[in-house]
Design a protein around this ligand. Structure first.
Ligand code: SAH
Length: 252
C-alpha cells in the first residue's frame, strides 16, 4: 500500500462526522452521487471522511464511491448499534469480526442469510486493522470521563464500559421491539449487535479486496425502549467515543 493512499472514514451519524471535520485542519468538499466527501488530513494521515447514509444500499453506494473515486485503500466505519448479545450494554463498544445481513433470505433457493452467488452469509473484517482499532477503543473506554465528561457518565451510567468483539447483524430495519429482538437472537444467537449498514460495506470491501474494520457504540438494546434518549446519547457519548477512538488509532 502506498503511504499516501488515503484512509476512508465512514460515519453513520451526522454528529460523529461534525466532530471529525472539526479535528481536520484542511478539509475540502467534493460532492459525488449526492454525497459530500471531505478530503484532507488528520493526525498527519491522508483521509477521506464521509457520512455513510442510512441503510444497506445507501452505505454500499458510499463505500463504492470511496474506493472507485477516491482510491481509499482501507475503510473504517463507526456508528451506533443496538446491543443484542448477552451483556452488551448501552455505552459498550462492539468491534466487528464479521457481518451478516439478518434480513437476507432467498430460501429455499439458498440457505437463510446466505448472500446468493457468494456461497456464504458472513463477511469478515480485516484482522490487522481490527487489532489496531481494538487497542484504540480500549484506550478510550479506560478513560470514558475524559472523553464524554462526568455528566454523561452519570446520565448514561457508563460504569466500566466494555469492548466486545464478534458478529454484527445488519438489515434495513431499526430493531426497536422486544419481540423482534428475540427473533433476531434466535435466528442469529452469536450476533452481538444490530445496525443498518455494516454488512453492506463489508460486502463491497470484500468485492474490491479493500481492508475493512468497524466499531459501533451500543446506543440501545434493540427493545421497546430503543428510541429513548437516542439523540442525546449520540451527541454526548457515541460521537465522542468515535472521535477518541479514531484519533487514537490514527495517532499510532
Ligand atoms: N436520527 C438518525 C437516524 C438514525 S437511523 C439520523 O437522522 O441520522 C439508526 C442508525 O442507528 C443507523 O445508522 C443504524 O445502523 C443504527 N442503529 C442503532 N440502533 C439500532 C437498532 N436497534 N436497530 C437498527 N439500527 C440501529
Amino acid at each position: 500500500m502506498s503511504p499516501a493512499a488515503p484512509i476512508g472514514l465512514m460515519s453513520a451519524m451526522h454528529e460523529e462526522l461534525v466532530l471529525l471535520l472539526e479535528a481536520m485542519p484542511d478539509e475540502q468538499r467534493v460532492t459525488v452521487a449526492g454525497r459530500d466527501f471531505w478530503l484532507g488530513h488528520w493526525q498527519g494521515r491522508s483521509v477521506v471522511v464521509v457520512l455513510s447514509r442510512i441503510g444497506k444500499v445507501a452505505a454500499a453506494t458510499t463505500a463504492t464511491a470511496l474506493i472507485e473515486r477516491f482510491g481509499v485503500q482501507q475503510i473504517v466505519f463507526t456508528g451506533v448499534a443496538g446491543g443484542v448479545g448477552p451483556g452488551v450494554r448501552v455505552g459498550d463498544v462492539v468491534l466487528a469480526d464479521s457481518f451478516v445481513q439478518h434480513d437476507m433470505d432467498a430460501s429455499p433457493l439458498f440457505p437463510r442469510h446466505e448472500v446468493p452467488l457468494y456461497g456464504r452469509s458472513r463477511f469478515a473484517t480485516d484482522p490487522a486493522l481490527s487489532r489496531g482499532l481494538a487497542l484504540a477503543a480500549q484506550q478510550v473506554l479506560a478513560q470514558v470521563a475524559a472523553h464524554v465528561g462526568g455528566a454523561a457518565v452519570a446520565e448514561f451510567a457508563l460504569h466500566s464500559p466494555r469492548l466486545h468483539t464478534g458478529l454484527i447483524a445488519s438489515g434495513d430495519r431499526f430493531v426497536s421491539s422486544t419481540s423482534e429482538c428475540r427473533a433476531l437472537q434466535q435466528a442469529l444467537p452469536e450476533a452481538l449487535a444490530v445496525e443498518m449498514e455494516g454488512a453492506a460495506v463489508a460486502q463491497v470491501c470484500a468485492d474490491y479486496g479493500v481492508p475493512f474494520a468497524a466499531l459501533r457504540t451500543v446506543s440501545d438494546r434493540a427493545d421497546d425502549d430503543a428510541h429513548a434518549d437516542f439523540s442525546r446519547f449520540i451527541r454526548s457519548v457515541a460521537s465522542r467515543y468515535s472521535l477518541g477512538m479514531l484519533s487514537a488509532w490514527l495517532a499510532r
